[in-house]
Write a protein that binds this ligand. Structure first.
Ligand code: SER
Length: 341
């Protein structure tokens, strides 16, 4: 007998950290993780099995298929947007071929145990590409189907994988004699920049916000790489994790789309800096404009229209900008660095 489990890819990354803690506290399903890197030591006792390996290794995925009955997948593994621009073909391999491998894996799991596999996919505001600042200002909160012309490899990868997921869910092998679609129940959220108090991001382009906060808490100087008036949406990590869990738990009949925007607050870089300085008055924050990374952030919307997520599956973030700082980021970060973390 195979064991029923939830599979998390990219589990050692920022989202994985919070997700594993929440799933373990809930205790309903055993957790199997897959990542190139080992899990943080405090997470190891929370999972049933930790596999160190690549989502490109189909033999490894076959082994998981033979051992476990996976009915829920959080496919978090990806190369983020800044890193992807330096190695676009590697990004394509990991972000697209890796996702295709996982979708195929989910399809075969679903076929073998006869229940749809819920496949949760974090997409991104990088799936948008606004042509210029004037359009960005005019567009305001964008809806899911607007401005789907990303300028980054990562954004192209995310947008295409949203379509791939939809294909597996609705049209997979549509000419086959037997109907095979519907084994993968694909659901995606388009995340804004995520800010975690316990982990520091690497390789993203929204990293200027979390980097500013963590540097200030550590007493290190930081030069923000975007202009003070730069504005994109952000979210506190606990709300991001909650969104994934809520979307996974939503009844399929309630879902009117396969991809949902989720937002929380949309501060300018200057507003973030002011809040950081309030909490850490001695922080040495300056502006060190990087024209190229600025170009990427300028192509992302100022905010997202997430009314579909709110209506269909009750998305409701707990943290607005001020609560994110006062009730989550600052106290948790202070504790973290005070204990030498
Ligand atoms: N935060 C991500 C990045 O900057 C976007 O999803 O790459």
């Amino acid at each position: 007998m195979r064991k029923p489990v939830v599979l998390i890819t990219g589990a050692s990354g920022e989202i994985g950290h919070g997700l594993i803690e929440r799933l373990a506290a809930d205790g309903r399903r055993a957790i199997v993780t897959l990542d190139l890197k080992p899990l943080a030591p405090e997470l190891k006792p929370l999972v049933a099995r930790q596999l160190e390996g690549s989502i490109l290794d189909t033999n490894l995925l076959d082994r998981i298929l033979s051992e476990y009955e996976v009915d829920l997948i959080f496919h978090l593994a990806a190369l983020l947007s800044t890193r992807s621009e330096f190695t676009p073909t590697t990004a394509h391999q990991v972000n697209v071929e890796g996702t295709l491998n996982l979708l195929e894996f989910a399809q075969r799991e679903g076929e073998s145990h006869g229940r749809p596999v819920v496949f949760i996919y974090p997409s991104s505001i990088a799936a948008y590409g606004l042509p210029d600042l004037e359009t960005k200002a005019r567009a305001g909160k964008v809806r899911e189907d607007e401005y789907n012309t990303p300028t980054t490899m990562y954004g192209c990868n995310k947008l295409y994988c949203e379509l791939l997921g939809r294909y597996y869910a609705r049209h997979y092998k549509q000419l086959a004699a037997e109907p095979l679609a519907g084994r993968v129940d694909f659901r995606a959220v388009r995340f804004p920049g995520l800010i975690s108090a316990v982990t520091v991001p690497s390789g993203g382009t929204s990293d200027f916000a979390p980097e500013m906060i963590h540097a200030a808490a550590k007493g290190e100087p930081y030069a923000c790489f975007v202009r003070p008036d730069t504005r994109i949406p952000f979210m506190a990590m606990p709300d991001g994790v909650e969104a994934l869990l809520q979307l996974a738990a939503a009844p399929q009949r309630a879902l009117t789309r396969s991809v949902y925007n989720v937002g929380a607050f949309a501060p300018s870089a200057e507003e973030i800096r002011e809040l950081v300085l309030e909490a850490f008055p001695g922080a040495r924050l300056s502006w060190g404009h990087d024209v190229k990374r600025q170009g990427i952030v300028d192509s992302w919307p100022t905010d997202v229209d997430d009314s579909a997520a709110r209506a269909d599956w009750g998305y409701a973030p707990r943290f607005d900008l001020h609560r994110a700082f006062s009730d989550y980021l600052i106290p948790t970060i202070r504790r973290r660095y005070a204990s030498g973390g």
